[in-house]
Design a protein around this ligand. Structure first.
Ligand SMILES: [Zn+2]
Length: 167
């Protein structure tokens, strides 16, 4: 059985239940996280983000059924590997990769229950709820924004929840 080291609550069966869009969105989300660490010059965290993105991409490759899509994934895998080894810390290259994934899924604006099930608050790691364009962590009393369909689960982007958000 395909064992994941970094995403312990994921496996190929579970992964295949997500739509193609959702899978790509999750990879894009890791790159988005990496961008934040690149800006802070924390290369160790950038490395972690890329390792998670690579793991998800490998899982996507292992379970891809569409040959054309698979070709795109393999191309992306090569680019991502290059970044991981040679370009870590290069914002421009990171955003190129990000755009690549987003153009695979032209309608990356889907956020639903299944995706939220595996997203967790970056601070307290508890599960989150989507309300409008806010991803809410009740435990921290904070919310994270959704920008262009991508959940931005970054500590710095967290904003205080208002009374009405609890409803
Ligand atoms: Zn939290």
């Amino acid at each position: 059985m395909y064992k994941l080291k970094l995403h312990k609550n994921l496996n190929p069966d579970k992964w295949q239940k997500f739509s193609i869009k959702q899978r790509e969105l999750m990879i894009a989300n890791e790159l988005n996280r990496a961008k934040n660490w690149i800006e802070k010059k924390d290369t160790e965290e950038v490395k972690n983000c890329y390792e998670r993105a690579l793991e998800l991409l490998d899982l996507t490759i292992a379970t891809a059924k569409d040959k054309n899509r698979l070709r795109e994934y393999l191309r992306l895998r090569e680019m991502m590997g290059k970044f991981y080894i040679e370009k870590r810390g290069d914002l421009k290259f990171n955003s190129q990769l990000f755009t690549c994934i987003c153009t695979l899924s032209k309608e990356v604006s889907m956020l639903d229950k299944k995706l939220l099930e595996i997203l967790a608050c970056p601070v307290c790691k508890s599960s989150v709820k989507l309300k409008g364009d806010k991803i809410i962590c009740r435990k921290c009393k904070k919310y994270y924004p959704v920008k262009n369909g991508i959940p931005v689960m970054l500590v710095d982007e967290a904003k205080d929840l208002k009374e009405k958000d609890y409803a």
